[in-house]
Design a protein around this ligand. Structure first.
Ligand SMILES: Cc1cc2nc3c(=O)[nH]c(=O)nc-3n(C[C@H](O)[C@H](O)[C@H](O)COP(=O)(O)OP(=O)(O)OC[C@H]3O[C@@H](n4cnc5c(N)ncnc54)[C@H](O)[C@@H]3O)c2cc1C
Length: 418
């Protein structure tokens, strides 16, 4: 498929004919631009880095656990088909606590036939999104790389000035520029931040035994260690959270010492392990915006809520922002309403509040509950694991939560076009 080459913003049509300006071409910005385009809305998208160059430079070596409802959205947008063969299904999840033989086993067949999720390489997913966006050249324009510098709202329009002086104007500016969002700051939205003093070491691990499409999450005093099944049976993606100083030391180990440290923490159920890289370290924190909207501004993804990867849900929550925002904007446009107007944005915020607060509270609570070695807390969490393991209703609810299928879903997450 043809690729998008960044063009001058607005080339080929007047600037103010664009419905939205999207700042950030990470997973959230690209997904949102495609969802809006499929719903008939146009965008100009700007990032400080050319997205294809970022993929080629392997700026983001992570994989992401895509939940069932997120996969439905990517399928309806036509972006799943190109990554389906490279996606590792998660049929079951095993949660264990270091030092205890008890574990919690989630089996997808408890709630249906679909896998709970799939592990996908971030670079592959972004490439697929870019290829799909290339088919929407009439609705999506990539501005040349640039960084947001100033924001002004006048006469029913928001104008974003970039550091090189270019100005992008639309009824709505959408911040998809990640947890350190500049647009969020320019819009005057404050954040609450919690530093967990943890970092995640990310690597790819080959192992002698088959993973049987089982994802492991093992809670250690320094943080959770996850091994997530990749396609084929003998490779898994590792996300190993530890206190930051420890994580940095671990990341520097040679492959043999790294494998030995990993086997010591994880055990031998996957046999001999070999790290095959690449390896990177990500600092972990919670960043929560005090509001998801401001005057002619909406936040999505990590710009709205950046959370600990303990539950593998951060981007999936962002996908839910995108599904709701797309539906709200498309419905407003069909009714002839101002898509950047306060009533429309308030509707978005209202529909997202509960899910985000639930996810932020649960990932924060889990991180605090599991990342320590205080005896009474250790006992409480083991009792908790046993209780969920024994109560089928609790287990089914937890599985549906991980699959993103709880509650009333917007159309894209049900697998329907907007
Ligand atoms: C180790 C780890 C593992 C994870 N695993 C999972 C998982 O399994 N499942 C899951 O759902 N989530 C997971 N997450 C969370 C997920 O990675 C993030 O939620 C997701 O990447 C956020 O995407 P985003 O596009 O919102 O932000 P980002 O990826 O941060 O993208 C922001 C974009 O904005 C651009 N930008 C920034 N500032 C500016 C500016 N001033 N002007 C212009 N452009 C700008 C950046 O260049 C970037 O391209 C994980 C996170 C970590 C750290």
């Amino acid at each position: 498929m043809a690729s998008i080459s960044p063009a001058r913003a607005g080339r080929g049509r007047p600037q103010d004919a664009v419905d939205t300006v999207i700042v950030g071409a990470g997973l959230s910005g690209l997904t949102l631009a495609l969802a809006l385009a499929e719903a008939g809305l146009s965008s100009v998208i700007v990032d400080r880095v050319d997205p294809r160059a970022a993929i080629a430079g392997r700026n983001d070596i992570r994989t992401t656990a895509i939940s069932l409802s997120s996969r439905r959205l990517f399928t309806v947008l036509g972006a799943w088909q190109a990554v389906a063969d490279q996606a590792g299904p998660i049929n079951d999840i095993r949660v264990s606590d270091a030092g205890s033989s008890r574990y919690l086993h989630y089996d997808h067949s408890t709630v249906g036939d679909d896998p709970m999720g799939h592990i996908v390489d971030n670079g592959a997913l972004k490439t697929s999104l870019l290829d799909r966006l290339a088919t929407h050249g009439d609705r999506v324009t990539f501005a040349e790389p640039g960084s947001a510098a100033a924001l002004a709202v006048t006469a029913g329009r928001a104008s974003l000035t970039l550091e090189d002086g270019r100005v992008l104007t639309a009824p709505l500016v959408i911040a998809a520029d990640g947890r350190g969002s500049r647009v969020r700051a320019l819009a005057g939205i404050r954040t609450t931040t919690v530093d967990y003093h943890q970092s995640a070491v990310v690597d790819t691990i080959e192992h002698a035994e088959s993973h049987h499409n089982l994802a492991h999450e093992r809670f250690l005093p320094g943080g959770p260690l996850a091994l997530l099944p990749l396609p084929g049976q003998n490779r898994s993606a590792l996300v190993w959270s530890e206190r930051t100083a420890v994580a940095e030391r671990i990341a520097q180990l040679d492959d043999a010492a790294f494998a030995a440290a990993l086997e010591e923490r994880f055990g031998d159920s996957l046999g001999t392990m070999t790290p095959v890289g690449p390896r990177a370290v990500y600092q972990l924190a919670l960043t929560m915006a005090e509001s998801g909207i401001a005057d002619r501004v909406a936040l999505v993804g990590d710009a709205f809520h950046g959370m600990h990867p303990i539950a593998g849900q951060g981007f999936n929550v962002g996908v839910r922002d995108i599904a709701v925002l797309t539906e709200v904007l498309a419905d407003a446009a069909r009714l002839g309403l101002d898509i950047g107007g306060a009533p429309v944005l308030r509707d978005y915020q209202r529909r997202r509040r509960f899910d985000i607060m639930t996810m932020v509270a649960s990932t924060d609570g889990l991180t605090r509950l599991f990342s320590n070695d205080i005896a009474p807390v250790r006992t409480a969490r083991r009792l908790g694991l046993s209780a969920v393991q024994r109560v089928p209703m609790l287990k089914r609810a937890a599985i549906r939560h991980a699959m993103g299928t709880l509650g009333t879903l917007p159309r894209l997450l049900r697998g329907e076009p907007v």
